[in-house]
Design a protein around this ligand. Structure first.
Ligand code: OGA
Ligand code: ZN
Ligand code: ZN
Length: 408
């Protein structure tokens, strides 16, 4: 039925001369359309093309969403005729429906594994680059507060580095409790928790959280007891202690986990498989809370990629949901994980005006003990932001800065 016919003819359409050729190339099973774009043969399944028809009946342009009625959808749909111009492709289906696709739009949806990989890195999420503590000075990028506020490129650069390395520093932040708000507004909004929209990290008596002490804060992730755990941490250093101590320890758990997988596979397995209970119980701003979440220390997906790290000695509950026999081996694996994180950690002391931003579900962070005195009270303003908001802002910025056509 589909004869390979290359008819090159010119006709006037909207005052523009376009070349039309009929195509033609269907795979042996008759389910995939092949289109040559910039010399490359791209393949698109019929069912996918029909599902992604861009006409007004099938796709709502301003909502950028599919509106075709799936109850009337025919999975075995087949094209009757395909017409290609230099920048678009028109498909007439056997039921008479007509679809049109931009060539750039099709290019972005190339099914080849190389393209899928490229798209994953460029648009979906930037690839992560792991690091060891001694590389910290090279990998921890510095960004200027005012530039992040006023330049889209600076905003993009900060978020991109944060996504790649899991840590980045904003410098020259004004000395105000609200200065961090403008940074958050550039991205989206904070993740509110029972500690507030923002929180103050300062030494307080009768604290609701051990972070609000001046003693050593062992390496941890914040709020592992949340099922929807905050993705990133922003800590604005208003006043750093002039005493010794007060430094942060930071380690890349993806680096450590990779090392463990290679060198201590059994301990790695235990940390990825055994669920423990994370908890936070108390009262903050007059509101009672009793938070529990169960999950392993290293959460991985079916590809073996790490999706989240949970780790906190204070916020690990005393209820162990696993079997008796795994308790001791799990504790050994847990101890090894912390030891390796210490070995791979960077020590870094923020100064007034720094906002230390880091991936809360990838890095462990800690703080060395310090001593306040009457003339010098250490004070940080903290806020959380979720990765959903950050990746979303990154994609919007990329489309704008690189003027990507056909991406959506
Ligand atoms: C915290 C925390 C770090 C610091 O509040 O959870 O990690 O430098 N604080 O005080
Ligand atoms: Zn349609
Ligand atoms: Zn913390």
């Amino acid at each position: 039925m589909f004869v390979t016919k290359r008819v090159q003819s010119a006709r006037i359409l909207n005052q523009v001369t376009v070349f039309i050729r009929k195509i033609h190339s269907f795979d042996s099973k008759g389910k995939v359309l092949q289109v040559k774009i910039n010399g490359e043969q791209l393949k698109f399944p019929y069912v996918w093309l029909r599902d992604n028809c861009q006409c007004d009946q099938c796709f709502h342009k301003s909502a950028k969403s599919r509106i075709l009625d799936w109850s009337k959808f025919n999975i075995n749909v087949k094209p009757k005729e395909v017409v290609e111009t230099s920048d678009s492709m028109k498909v007439e289906w056997t039921d008479g429906h007509i679809s049109q696709y931009g060539m750039n739009w099709l290019k972005y949806r190339n099914f080849s594994p190389e393209h899928q990989q490229q798209y994953k890195q460029a648009i979906f999420k930037p690839g992560k680059i792991t690091w060891n503590g001694h590389q910290f000075e090279e990998i921890c990028s510095r960004h200027d507060y005012n530039e992040v506020l006023h330049s889209d490129k600076a905003l993009h650069d900060w978020l991109h580095k944060l996504a790649q390395y899991g840590v980045a520093l904003i410098k020259n932040t004004p000395n105000s409790e609200t200065a961090i708000d403008a940074v958050v507004d550039r991205v989206g909004f904070t993740k509110r928790t029972h500690y507030g929209i923002k929180f103050i990290v300062q030494n307080v008596e009768n604290t609701s959280n051990v972070a609000y002490l001046s003693s050593n804060l062992q390496m941890h992730t914040d709020l592992p007891y949340y099922e929807y755990c905050p993705g990133t941490n922003l800590l604005h250093c208003l006043v750093q202690t002039k005493s010794t101590g007060g430094e942060n320890l930071l380690s890349d758990c993806h680096y450590v986990a990779h090392y463990m997988k290679q060198n201590h596979p059994e301990e790695y397995r235990l940390l990825t498989e055994v669920e423990v209970e994370w908890s936070d119980i108390g009262v903050e701003h007059g509101n009672e809370f009793f938070k529990l979440h169960r999950g392993p220390v290293i959460c991985i997906n079916k590809l073996g990629e790490i999706t989240r790290i949970n780790f906190s000695i204070p916020q690990r509950g005393s209820h162990f949901p696993g079997q008796l026999e795994i308790v001791e081996p799990w504790y050994k694996a847990h101890g090894l994980f912390l030891e390796l994180n210490h070995r791979c950690a960077a020590k870094f002391k923020t100064t007034d005006g720094d906002i230390l931003t880091f991936d809360n579900i990838r890095l462990l962070h800690g703080r060395n003990a310090y001593e306040d005195n009457n003339n010098n009270v250490r004070k940080l303003i903290g806020a959380y932001m979720d990765w959903d908001e950050i990746y979303s802002r990154l994609r919007c910025l990329k489309v704008k800065l690189e003027k990507l056509d056909g991406i959506y």
